[in-house]
Design a protein around this ligand. Sequence first.
Ligand SMILES: NC(=O)c1ccc[n+]([C@@H]2O[C@H](COP(=O)([O-])OP(=O)(O)OC[C@H]3O[C@@H](n4cnc5c(N)ncnc54)[C@H](OP(=O)(O)O)[C@@H]3O)[C@@H](O)[C@H]2O)c1
Length: 292
Amino acid sequence: MNILLTGASGFIGQNLADALTAAGHHVVPISRRDGVDFSTMQTADRWLPRLRDVDAVINAVGIIGETGSQRFRVLHAAAPTALFDACLGAGVARVIQISALGADDSAFSSYHQSKKAADDHLRQLELDWFVLRPSLIFGRGGTSAATLLRLARLPVLPVIGDGRQMLQPVHVGDVVATVMACLTAQDTRRTLDIVGNETVAYVEWLQRLRLAQGRNRALVLRTPVRLAMLGAWLGQALNPMLRPENIRMLVKGYHGDGTAWNEFLGRPAIAFSPALLDADAQQALALIGGQS
Ligand SMILES: NC(=O)c1ccc[n+]([C@@H]2O[C@H](COP(=O)([O-])OP(=O)(O)OC[C@H]3O[C@@H](n4cnc5c(N)ncnc54)[C@H](OP(=O)(O)O)[C@@H]3O)[C@@H](O)[C@H]2O)c1
């Protein structure tokens, strides 16, 4: 298949590009690194020339914090919405949207709300769509995964509140395997939450990342939620990941019901092992012995 892959230079995108190419597909990459900025792609007519001879579209563009030119409204909603409309116009039936766990009716952050706006738009189009909502993703090359690994190496582990926020981290190999299955599945028009098979408190996840890096368990530094929010507010000019909204999203946790997704994939999520932290999708899927 000819597959237009947006976000091809990113964590998920690169893993997808490798798997798609290995499976014999031809990937048309879209990202700023590939010369295409979503901020210039906010109408369907901008996308149409790029959809010639394309059989499927995968959208994996996203940001976790805004900067002057990188806006949620544009990158998560306006440009993808225009892309999906263009798919309808160009007869590209199969569209796979990488959304995020929490982009549902409970969404309160502009991150999730902007994701949901594109998801909702896609869901009402006459296309063979999939909306995939992964939890926190780990695996080699992930920015948030690397940040957590760094935090876990600190002498004292900083947590928000009591650190008992519930997570269901999932390996990037599971996200890739799901997208590959979506390319050929007959049962389309599905929204699937992609979550790990284990629920772990944030503080325990940090301890686990620490042990995996050859260190002993560490003491924990509890930061009151309000203080963490203030710190994020003060620090957001330095690092767009530091946003009070991101603290609120962490406080809510990243957990969900993966039953429908497990049935779709025909197996449970890949079980955690320390070796997976530095494994890319292909390596993780090889480790579980072709169960993808
Ligand atoms: N990683 C996770 O834990 C996780 C969990 C759930 C959902 N997700 C979602 O999955 C998607 C991808 O996540 P990721 O971890 O792969 O993120 P990432 O590594 O930061 O990759 C983001 C991708 O978006 C592209 N991009 C950013 N701004 C762009 C722009 N203005 N125009 C065109 N492309 C642009 C980047 O390419 P350039 O910088 O080259 O433009 C890159 O290819 C996001 O929507 C994210 O919300 C991620």
